[in-house]
Design a protein around this ligand. Structure first.
Ligand code: CA
Length: 260
């Protein structure tokens, strides 16, 4: 369901929670863990990532539109590289070759980060703080292996995402939209799917969370149409991170009071 109102109550969310429970054969939710995407969710980093990808692919003679990289958001680096390689050159690169190209992309991103900065997503620190205050343990679930941003997490989100509560590209054999990253995060948090929620900004990430059977919150923070997030399987779609932050207490109220 897409929510565009500024002021939302538990009653607004009850139908979405009820539908999630029925679709998944569950009776009730008891959320203990928040499985959070990083790029485009915790950080407003997607515009820089897209440019870093674009410039790296140019070194390979591939001039892919910037928007393509927003659409690929959430995939592992190797996935993104090979989709474009296959499309433009009819070849698939080895993991080693992908790693070399991903290094160039990472260096581009680091350069942008150093020269232009990367902003924390407006509203996200307060949202994460609210969750922690209410006994919900955050877990990072990112397709990124971008060390420069991972290193900043402790500074921007103190205590939220320690090194042992992160699922990154290194921990999975299949990236988003496969459910594996979120299933692994459930294991890491030691909770079942009815005890977790997913926080995502991109269709592929939403698909991953939904496929894992976890209540998935989509927050639109970029150029992606709301319909695409909803269509990817989001249980709740917000128009912005501040809207999500302001509505989180009402959503939790609905999650705690709704049973089927
Ligand atoms: Ca993302």
């Amino acid at each position: 369901m897409i929510f565009t109102n500024k002021h939302l109550t538990a009653a607004d969310f009850e139908p979405a929670v009820r539908r999630y429970l029925l679709d998944n054969g569950l009776h009730a939710m008891d959320v203990r863990a928040a499985l959070c995407d990083m790029d485009g969710t915790l950080y407003n980093s997607m515009p820089r990532h897209a440019r870093a990808w674009h410039e790296m692919m140019l070194t390979q003679g591939i001039d892919a539109p910037i928007e393509r990289f927003f659409a690929y958001e959430g995939r592992t680096g190797a996935d993104t590289i090979n989709i474009l390689m296959k499309e433009h050159k009819g070849i698939t690169l080895s993991p080693e070759q992908c790693a070399e190209l991903y290094k160039i992309k990472s260096a581009n991103f680091r350069h942008f980060q150093e020269t232009e900065g990367i902003d924390v997503m407006d509203g996200a620190p307060q949202l994460i703080a609210w969750l922690m205050k209410h006994g919900v343990v955050p877990v990072l679930v990112t397709g990124s292996g971008q060390g420069s941003l991972l290193d900043r997490l402790e500074h921007d989100y103190p205590g939220a995402f320690p090194a042992d509560r992160r699922i990154t590209a290194r921990d999975v054999t299949r990236g988003k939209p496969d459910p594996q990253p979120y299933l692994k995060a459930l294991g890491l948090a030691g909770v079942s799917r009815s005890q977790a929620l997913v926080l995502e900004n991109a269709p592929l990430g939403v698909r991953s969370g939904h496929a894992a059977g976890i209540f998935t919150i989509a927050v639109n923070t970029g150029p992606i149409p709301l319909d695409e997030l909803d269509g990817a399987g989001a249980d709740v779609t917000f128009t912005s991170m501040p809207q999500c932050r302001d509505a989180i207490a009402a959503l939790f109220e609905a999650m705690h009071s709704t049973t089927v």
